[in-house]
Design a protein around this ligand. Structure first.
Ligand SMILES: Nc1ncnc2c1ncn2[C@@H]1O[C@H](COP(=O)(O)OP(=O)(O)OP(=O)(O)O)[C@@H](O)[C@H]1O
Ligand SMILES: [Mg+2]
Length: 297
């Protein structure tokens, strides 16, 4: 009996040892697998992703710097054109005078654009101010029209109430110009039997109105918003474009017509002011872009 117990004990010992070895092996294999995934597989991927993101950011930064430099040099050229037109307008007949005045007006709006490009690179807080969005729309109407051909109707729908925001006036104007130029390209590419139309609307909405009127849900604590809507009756946006619209350098236009930076920069500006951008589009019916900014008071 004693002999039998001893035999059993030794066999159990062997079994336990085998089990222990087996478990140790499993543990070792798990550790090796973890090390393999973390250091050999995962890191190069992560590193690759970080590297490509970094390169993308570096590229964007360089483009930004180049754009500011071009804007700066372009401003100098505009100054020369402006002073020559000014000089010509002093001593000439009426028709030449009106041409010179046209040149001066165009120089003014071109330098507004280049200045907005230059200001884009500067710190936000320096240029932020309280302003009524209706004032921006009304004051900029002539500038907006300069981007549109004669056969495009521009409708401006202002509310009777003030719509104050706290932001950089020229950045918001820059964002609107981008949306208007996109709308122009969309109506020009559409095969329309009706007038080409771009409509700009300013309205005030609280959280629940945003959800009710536009099905747009705001998660923030903030209650009141100013909404800018740029609508067109252009070609609309297809599913593939929808997915990539805000990606920098994504464009469906030829390289001389678009760089694919417009909406990325609009999104950037809106984000800077804790705002949101969204859009609705129907193929061959048109598109509406909504900029939702915090209402100041
Ligand atoms: N209102 C719109 N209707 C139809 N498609 C649009 C509209 N707005 C933007 N898109 C699509 O989104 C793409 C990206 O727009 P985005 O403004 O970023 O770049 P872009 O207009 O192509 O070039 P850029 O603005 O840099 O000159 C456009 O190429 C176009 O295909
Ligand atoms: Mg664009």
């Amino acid at each position: 009996m004693e002999h039998f117990t001893l035999l059993m004990l030794s066999q159990m010992n062997i079994l336990l040892n085998i089990l222990l070895m087996f478990m140790l092996n499993l543990l070792l294999m798990a550790m090796v697998a973890t090390v393999f995934f973390v250091f050999i597989l995962k890191n190069p991927f992560k590193e690759g992703a970080i590297k490509s993101r970094f390169h993308k950011m570096q590229k964007l930064e360089n483009i930004g710097l180049l754009a500011c430099k071009v804007a700066h040099d372009f401003n100098n050229i505009l100054t020369v054109i402006g002073s020559c037109a000014d000089y010509i307008s002093v001593d000439c007949d009426d028709s030449e005078k009106s041409m010179a005045n046209e040149i001066l007006k165009s120089v003014d709006s071109a330098s507004m654009l280049t200045n907005s490009l230059l200001n884009y690179g500067k710190s936000a807080s320096l240029k932020d101010e309280f302003f009524d969005m209706n004032r921006l729309i009304c004051n900029s109407e002539t500038i907006f029209r300069q981007f549109l051909e004669e056969d495009i109707d521009l409708i401006i729908d202002n509310p009777n109430e003030e719509a104050f925001v706290y932001a950089d006036y020229s950045k918001i104007q820059h964002a609107l110009i981008n949306l208007i130029v996109n709308a122009r390209d969309a109506v020009n590419s559409a095969d329309l039997s009706v007038n080409k139309t771009i409509k700009i609307t300013v309205c005030r909405k609280n959280k629940s109105e945003l959800l009710h009127d536009f099905s747009f849900e705001v998660m923030d604590e903030y209650e009141n918003y100013v909404v800018l809507i740029v609508e067109d009756n252009g070609q609309g946006i297809n599913d593939f474009v929808r997915e990539n619209l805000f990606e920098p350098f994504f464009t469906t236009k030829t390289s001389d017509a678009g760089s694919g930076l417009g909406l990325a920069s609009v999104k950037d500006i809106v984000k800077q002011y804790d705002g949101k951008i969204f859009f609705e589009s129907e193929k061959d019916k048109g598109t509406a872009f909504y900029l939702v900014l915090l209402q100041a008071y």
